[in-house]
Design a binder for this molecule. Sequence first.
Ligand SMILES: Nc1ncnc2c1ncn2[C@@H]1O[C@H](COP(=O)(O)OP(=O)(O)O)[C@@H](O)[C@H]1O
Ligand SMILES: [Mg+2]
Length: 247
Amino acid sequence: MIKIQHLTKRFGTHTVIDDLNLTIPEGKMTVIIGRSGEGKSLLLKQIIGLIEPTSGSIIVDNTDITRLNNRQREQHLQQFGYVFQFAALFDSLNVYQNIGITLINAGYPESYVLPIVKEKLALVCLPESTLYKYPHELSGGMAKRVGLARTLVSNPKVILYDEPTTGLDPITEQRIHELMYDLQQRFNVTSVVITHSTSLFKYADQVAFLYKGNIAYAGPAQDIWECGNPYIYQFIRGLTSGPITVE
Ligand SMILES: Nc1ncnc2c1ncn2[C@@H]1O[C@H](COP(=O)(O)OP(=O)(O)O)[C@@H](O)[C@H]1O
Ligand SMILES: [Mg+2]
């Protein structure tokens, strides 16, 4: 379980995250939605320790990671994986090298790395014939799968996804959603997903709506379309009138 308590993040006088509280249950999928520029990515980056909060705490396994020094935090967050908005693959490296990069850079021989890369490739449902392809030879959906396979190399207990299906067609997006759900079910991975895609709700346990630096709503995903909250009602239907200010 991850407990975010009174989290605040300011840049100069600009407060982006303002006394935010959210509990992320273990082994479940939490979806975070909200308008562009609300601070969703910033929230994830603080959870994985890439950005330091101005104040507040982030409790992971009973430890406040904001109170740890860099080395301790890194150790504590080894169980975390992060999937970027765009697959961010290295163009000059093939799929094998892209997936195995941290192991290759750590000096492990191919005899050790290759079986691990093959196992992760199978987990994201890509054929072995993909191994020696280069990023420009991959479709958008395949590239996202490779990015996810790279994250899986460290066997993360928590995976944070930042807009993992941006730029994909609806069918490819659906297949990536199924894959994320499958990983969560099979390995009991705690998943936190930032997305604009309401079609992920059917796989989610909790939906949280970030608005004006706060969680305006957090609740079970299964009744999200019918929940009485006016903010959620307006946002997931894309309505221009309601309590959410639209410039
Ligand atoms: N390193 C930074 N320095 C200054 N401002 C930042 C920084 N990172 C994010 N911000 C600001 O925080 C706000 C939220 O950004 P972000 O988390 O990327 O939004 P979202 O992911 O919801 O679209 C933006 O207004 C952005 O300008
Ligand atoms: Mg973002």
